[in-house]
Write a protein that binds this ligand. Structure first.
Ligand code: NAG
Ligand code: NAG
Ligand code: NAG
Length: 697
């Protein structure tokens, strides 16, 4: 250890002494645009281009032509990789629970040329199987190479593909398939069971094609009145009877993507080829030095626009895509047999996508490991972490110099090896990423995290943070494919003329804005507007503000609907209405922080009800405020809320986990409620900011 510090101390001291204040690099990241139409507001676009970009390269104006070009140009390169399943076994833990464990081999690769042939064969096979022009196909499967191949096969036949989240419930599945009158379903063997069970309800479905696994489907299933075929069989059919491709136009609908709605049934967002190609152009422009040497680890659901755009961007660049799954990602992942390499260690990717919940898990995993080791390891980790944090936050230069190298060798190299050791960047999206996790990944994995903000409705187009931007809590400037406009939201008190930062509802316009919701013109008209110049604008309902450099920070949501950390939506108003039925509730405001997985509430208590209970329960108190602060009282009210929530079938995450009792009424005079006694959430949140914060501690 002594020798160690002999090296360490001089280096730290030297870098410290030689250090100069980190140069401020405020880069011009977005510019204001004057000449757009539509509602008045403040509009900005990406400054690296002098107009919006629309395609990743010349002539690639549909996904089908992009795929064809890329496969021709990179024919000999590795494209799609999967690991061979060597062994599947069940382990039983001490308490009798069963766990499936797999032993996986190395990655085996399909080249771009081979993939092109497979997609073409499959396209011809669909024709041979009787799938007609103009009929829709649905893909319902976990992420795997056949997903992408089937998608491209459909595009070569100008077929629209309906995508459905594997985690949506059965009702949602039946709803989406019948609404879009899907005639062919392509699924994996796991989802096949579900389709077979629901067979009677799927009236429009005539064919089911399933992707076979090495070992899971043993006997051929059957469904009355429907054709069932294996994926490989359809490819074989196509090889025997090739059909001419029938390429789509840019304006043809490529995908109808069903997303979980905040209320009711999921809505299908219609995306044209033009939309998705524009998004790929935007992401390509945002990821520096993307080239054929890149290796991408694919494991998020392809039914999500983030992953679909990610993988499409990678194949547009001729890179390799290795497939994995969240349960086999690292050496210590739950489904990995002890001693087997995880997907990341085996693949050694250079790029990955991640949703915040997964990054949080990675962070917690590393922290836990360090804490269990304790002692010198922990001390060293903390010192290294602190030094790197200070460097990144700009206190001292040397951020990327000698000292950084030293820490990397001593401390972080080992951590980095958990993801293969070569990750040079991560893309994060889907929900806000906490500053703490972002920093942790920056430091421990030594890579920038590109944070994106976008919606299915804008085909994931929106903003994307600059690779070198080390600030936290912001989602970057507009991507190169769209305009981002802030418009006034009067009720919330946000104005685009606000100083120092303009604020307002985020409205996104450009070629990446989708065509609207399938068979739902009313909802489409509500949130999409076409301006006098013919440009489409999508009203996001999110409130943001522009920083000086044109980066957006999301600060609020217009609707009272909040998405929790794991993606569940809470409709605050709905839950409050239910919980108000408790005899203790005079008024209640539910609060859900998107960085947490649970919600909390402020409850204005009915004095008579609570005092009545206190008397019965023999609880002593000096005054009502004192009673409200008693643990017993809080417990009593919380259990009443929980009971009512359960009776009314609220989900677990909708019922507040912690509450604060308020002894004073909320009145219009206090500014906490409107004259009609509706909650003024912003004011309440501001007034009781400290209380809300402590509820989440
Ligand atoms: C593609 O299919 C759609 C829907 O069937 C059709 O309206 C469109 O004209 C087709 N495009 C081409 C180029 O044939
Ligand atoms: C891709 O870019 C990296 C630098 O990011 C470079 O080292 C590599 O040689 C490039 N590969 C190709 C094939 O251009
Ligand atoms: C690719 C595409 O459709 N681009 C359009 C984006 O919107 C502008 C303004 O409406 C059009 O001029 C472009 O043609």
């Amino acid at each position: 250890m002594g020798a160690f510090f002999v090296v360490l101390v001089p280096v730290v001291v030297t870098t410290y002494l030689l250090g100069e204040r980190k140069k401020k690099r405020i880069k011009q990241q977005a510019v204001t645009v004057e000449n757009v139409g539509g509602e008045k507001g403040l509009t900005k676009r990406n400054a690296r281009f002098d107009k919006l970009v629309e395609t990743p390269r010349e002539g690639a104006d549909t996904l089908a032509s992009l795929f064809e070009q890329s496969c021709a140009q990179h024919s000999g390169n590795r494209f799609l990789g999967t690991r061979v399943l060597l062994k599947r076994e069940t382990e039983v833990s001490e308490d009798g629970r069963k766990f499936e464990k797999v032993t996986l081999g190395q990655y085996e690769w399909t080249t771009y040329a081979q993939a092109f042939l497979r997609a073409s064969d499959f396209a011809s096979g669909l024709v041979a199987l009787g799938h007609g022009q103009g009929e829709r196909v649905a893909i319902f499967s976990e992420t795997r190479p056949e997903w992408l191949l089937a998608l491209q096969a459909c595009f070569r036949r100008n077929l629209t593909v309906v995508t459905i989240y594997a985690s949506l419930g059965e009702d949602a599945l039946v709803h989406s398939l019948s609404e879009t009158e899907v005639s062919t379903v392509i699924c994996d063997s796991k989802q096949l069971k579900k389709i077979v069970d629901l067979s009677d309800k799927l009236g429009t479905v005539k064919r089911v094609i399933y992707m076979e696994d090495d070992d899971t489907v043993t006997s051929e299933p059957s469904m009355e009145g429907k054709v069932i075929a294996r994926f490989s069989h359809v490819e074989k059919l196509g090889k025997q009877s090739p059909a001419q491709p029938d390429m789509p136009r840019p304006s043809d609908i490529a995908v109808i993507m069903y997303t979980s709605g905040s209320t009711g049934m999921p809505k299908g967002v219609m995306m044209s080829h033009k939309n998705i190609v524009a998004t790929i152009a935007g992401v390509t422009a945002s990821v520096p030095k993307l080239n054929t040497s890149d290796v991408y680890l694919a494991y998020l659901p392809l039914a999500h626009i983030l992953e679909l755009a990610g993988e499409s961007t990678l194949f547009a660049a001729g890179a390799a895509i290795g497939y994995g799954s969240p349960l086999t990602l690292t050496d210590t992942s739950s489904k990995i047999k002890f001693g087997t390499k995880g997907d990341a260690t085996e693949l050694q990717p250079t790029l990955m996508s991640a949703v915040p919940a997964i990054l949080d898990r990675v962070r917690d995993g590393v922290r836990k490991k360090v804490n269990t080791k304790g002692g010198i390891t922990k001390k060293l980790f903390e010192l290294a972490y602190y030094r790197r944090l200070a460097a990144i936050e700009g206190s001292w230069f040397g951020a990327w110099g000698l000292e950084a190298m030293l820490w990397n060798v001593l401390v972080f190299r080992k951590i980095r090896s958990a993801l293969g050791g070569r990750v040079r960047g991560m893309l994060s999206g889907g929900a806000p990423l906490s500053g703490d996790t972002q920093r942790f990944m920056n430091i421990c994995f030594g890579c920038p995290i590109g944070q994106g903000y976008g919606l299915t409705e804008t085909c994931a187009g929106g903003t994307f943070s600059n690779w070198e931007d080390m600030t936290v809590g912001r989602v970057g400037p507009p991507v190169a494919v769209c305009y981002l406009k802030l418009v006034n939201w009067d009720e919330g008190g946000y104005k685009y003329t606000d100083a120092p930062m303009p604020r307002g509802e985020i409205v996104i316009g450009g070629p990446n804005v989708t065509m609207g919701y399938f068979k739902n013109q009313a909802k489409t008209d509500e949130v999409y507007k076409v301006d006098e110049k013919g440009m489409r604008w999508f009203y996001t309902g999110d409130i943001g503000r522009f920083h000086e450099d044109g980066c957006i920070e999301i600060i609020d949501r217009k609707k009272d609907i909040v998405k929790l950390q794991h993606g569940e939506y809470i409709s605050l108003g709905k839950v409050e209405a239910v919980l108000s039925a408790s005899l203790y509730v005079e008024n209640i405001m539910l609060h859900a922080d998107p960085f947490h997985s649970y919600c909390v509430a402020l409850v204005v208590v009915s004095q008579s009800a609570l005092e009545g209970w206190a008397q019965d329960a023999n609880v002593d108190y000096s005054d009502f405020a004192d009673l409200c602060s008693k643990t017993q009282a809080i417990k009593e009210v919380l259990s009443s809320l929980t009971k009512i929530g359960k009776e009314n079938r609220l989900e677990k995450f909708e019922i507040p986990m912690k509450i604060k009792l308020m002894s004073e009424l909320w009145t219009p005079e206090s500014g906490l409620v409107t004259a009609a006694l509706k909650l003024k959430r912003e004011n309440i949140r501001k007034t009781f900011a400290e209380d809300l914060k402590s509820l989440y501690q």
